[in-house]
Ligand binder design. Sequence first.
Ligand SMILES: Cc1cc2nc3c(=O)[nH]c(=O)nc-3n(C[C@H](O)[C@H](O)[C@H](O)COP(=O)(O)OP(=O)(O)OC[C@H]3O[C@@H](n4cnc5c(N)ncnc54)[C@H](O)[C@@H]3O)c2cc1C
Ligand code: FES
Length: 258
Amino acid sequence: MELCQVIERRKVADSTFRYTLASPFLARAVRPGNFINIRVSPSLMPLWRRPFSVHDADPSRGQVDILFQVVGEGTRILSCASVGAELDVFGPLGNSFPLPPPGSPAVLVAGGLGIAPFLFLSRALKANGSPTHLLYGARSRSRLVELDGFQALGVEIRLATEDGSAGVRGTVVDLLQETETDLPPEAWHYVCGPLAAVSAIGRELSRRQGKVWVSLETTMACGFGACMGCAVKARGDRGYHLVCKDGPVFELSEVELW
Ligand SMILES: Cc1cc2nc3c(=O)[nH]c(=O)nc-3n(C[C@H](O)[C@H](O)[C@H](O)COP(=O)(O)OP(=O)(O)OC[C@H]3O[C@@H](n4cnc5c(N)ncnc54)[C@H](O)[C@@H]3O)c2cc1C
Ligand code: FES
């Protein structure tokens, strides 16, 4: 647990913020896919910390970034933190995304704020020599965030919006179907977004070759395996996985998402 100062605060879209936090320890320790648990208020409400993926990390500067959307009271309070504020942060938590063999291609599939862990992952994939493709879907153009960061890393980007204001009109599943024949079939796929989107994307990818890794965003309470609040059904007869302890990253075949 440590206090991390907010050193940069950017509003990147309606109700969506990118914070840069000072933490030499986290910046060295985090891996793509990890999350951190932030206590958003010193009072008892809300009681539990809120989990956020590590959006990016820069060990040379001792900085980590989060990207978050205001959906309820906890994220609303967090969005009011100003530059200089100190946040009580616990982490890094959870497992990380495995990387494909060096030089092998990767396809990232993001629904909405599921884009959050993929910038840091793209950095690792670049260092791995993996040509990387991003399929990114959101409600409209104004909700597509952080595209510059992916472009700077040489990621090939394809977009879908439900209102047709950018890219293909439809969801990221429509985009996935449309691009099936022109993306490398052996690529490792990485999926993140709201559970319903991850489930629909996972179902589509389950009939393709190549490994598929999903990062799950369930509601969480304790964040360290004590409350069972984040359980997801394991595929077959293997009980449940805890997203906070066993995940948040799972191979698609490990979890029952549909
Ligand atoms: C491992 C992990 C990583 C995450 N990374 C990010 C991230 O990088 N950026 C980001 O914006 N959010 C992320 N989330 C989701 C984020 O933690 C929740 O949005 C946040 O906890 C909501 O808190 P709140 O108090 O604002 O909302 P609450 O008042 O707790 O809830 C408001 C509404 O949002 C729903 N909700 C709450 N948590 C979730 C959730 N995890 N998934 C779906 N619906 C939820 C509730 O059911 C309710 O309808 C992540 C969640 C997990 C488990
Ligand atoms: S959040 Fe408590 S066990 Fe996962």
